[in-house]
Design a binder for this molecule. Structure first.
Ligand code: PA5
Length: 460
């Protein structure tokens, strides 16, 4: 694992005292950080803070790898059905570590239908032969409407092709005991993987939620977990100023207090693009909370955004450099690209191209990152860099763990529960009511009463 966290460009020495931080500002939070760390350890011991224990799962990796081997032999397609925390991590894992054109040449082709747009699902159904498709249904609660509906959508195709044998093309990843998927699995001998208790959806990428599809794609899941384990050891450091998870959290926390309520994750790497989407959910759902642990109304959080370098230099950067100074930007940088080559100026009669002669694309990409960093810093815009030597299983595992631990520290600094999502649950309940799910009649009445009172202002 080789991951560095560079926070030079938030320090007042580099961006001035109006928008910069001092070491004293950060040190003042280190007592809270250390107490939080001790509490994490205790809760992890009791399996209440499940993500903390995920790097150490050798036996599970063996089981998943041998399962993946049989899947690769038996199936031509693998469809992962899940949403939110049950999809974003697995997608980021795939896109960072497998070939971008994997589906053109590899078997099984892997798909992540994480939405219920009927036209989109229809196009996927058209692409696959369901009798040669394994459907991985992932839901911690086993009840999420979008996941249930997508499963039912494909069930029609499955039962019409396979009749009573449909269950042979299903695998579930869910809670160890609770939920509707377990109810189905009690009726049919469906293979089930488990999400350990105490691991919430957005912290579940290093469980079978992400590991099963990763192993099927040929990603080395043991290396992934070993990178996470190395990072877990670093994030266990009691010297808080040397603890990157605490530092990431403390810096973000201090900027929230200064009114910088936007956290941008900007990878300079297409392979890491979806890591920013995963981060957005983690940061938003964990820290966007109405009440603190004392039940005081605080309405805290930081809006996460993503951008891609260098593409978004031609889209977002103008705003970041000159617009409102309300953001903290985190770059993800890759030192060594695996397939970097030197460019040649084939048009020697155009000397304006000479500066590219002998340079690599990776050099240009990282020079652009350095230039953006410089422009932001010169304009007192705080920015951080997480740098990996290369995009590898170990470094991806380390990044996942680092961000999860940072989120836990940020929750502790904000004095909130970073592991629940009452706002999401509220939406889920309203959906069940609107769709007439049994037991939600009263809720439906409340919603109808709200609609009856609503004044509409609509054009067209
Ligand atoms: O992070 C979370 O808890 C949520 O985003 C869930 O992952 C999402 O709502 C899906 O829930 P479930 O896995 O229970 O179907």
């Amino acid at each position: 694992m080789s991951l560095k966290f560079d926070f030079s460009n938030v320090m007042e020495a580099n961006i001035g005292s109006t928008h910069g931080l001092s070491m004293e500002n950060i040190e003042a939070l280190s007592g809270k950080g250390l107490s939080a760390l001790k509490e994490f350890r205790e809760r992890a011991e009791k399996e209440e803070l499940g993500f903390y224990n995920l790097p150490n799962q050798d036996a599970l990796c063996d089981e998943i790898e041998s399962y993946a081997e049989t899947v690769r032999k038996r199936f031509d397609y693998f469809v992962h059905i899940g949403i939110g925390g049950s999809a974003l991590g697995p997608i980021a894992l795939q896109t960072s570590l497998r070939n971008s054109h994997y589906n053109s040449g590899q078997k099984p082709k892997i798909y992540f239908p994480d939405n219920i747009d009927p036209d989109w699902l229809h196009e996927l159904a058209d692409q696959i032969d369901v009798s040669k498709t394994l459907f991985h249904v992932v839901s911690k609660s086993g009840a999420t409407a979008e996941t249930a509906a997508t499963m039912l959508y494909f069930m029609d195709f499955l039962t019409s092709k396979l009749e009573d044998d449909f269950y042979k093309n299903l695998v579930f990843t869910t809670d160890p005991a609770a939920g509707l998927l377990n109810q189905i699995a009690r009726e049919y001998p469906i293979k089930c993987f488990r999400i350990p208790p105490g691991v919430g959806g957005r912290f579940s990428v290093l469980t079978p939620v992400g590991l099963v599809p990763a192993a099927i794609a040929g990603i080395d899941i043991k290396k992934l977990l070993s990178g996470a384990a190395d990072m877990a050891a670093v994030c266990d450091t009691e010297n808080m100023l040397e603890n990157p998870a605490f530092m990431f959290a403390a810096i973000h926390y201090l900027y929230m207090q200064k009114g910088k309520n936007i956290s941008v994750m900007m990878p300079y790497s297409n392979k890491l693009k979806d890591m920013a989407d995963w981060y957005k959910q983690l940061w938003a759902e964990s820290l966007g909370k109405r009440f603190d642990l004392n039940k005081e109304k605080i309405e805290c959080g930081q809006t996460p955004a993503n951008a891609l370098g260098a593409t978004d230099q031609h889209s977002q950067i103008q705003l970041y450099v000159e617009g409102p100074n309300d953001k903290l930007i985190t770059f993800l940088e890759v030192e060594q690209f695996k397939n970097d080559v030197e460019l040649k100026n084939h048009f020697t009669y155009i000397p304006e191209f000479d500066y590219l002669q002998g340079k690599t694309l990776g050099q240009l990409l990282n020079a652009e990152k350095a230039a953006t960093e410089l422009a932001l810093t010169n304009n007192q815009r705080p920015n951080l860099t997480i740098k990996v030597e290369e995009v590898s299983e170990e470094n991806i595992g380390a990044y996942f763990f680092l961000m999860e631990a940072a989120t836990a520290f940020a929750g502790a600094l904000l004095n909130i529960d970073a592991f629940n999502q009452p706002g999401v649950e509220e939406g889920k309940v309203a959906t069940y009511a609107l769709m007439d799910r049994k037991g939600y009649k009263q809720k439906k009445k409340e919603i109808e009463a709200m609609f009856a009172k609503k004044q509409f202002f609509v054009i067209g």
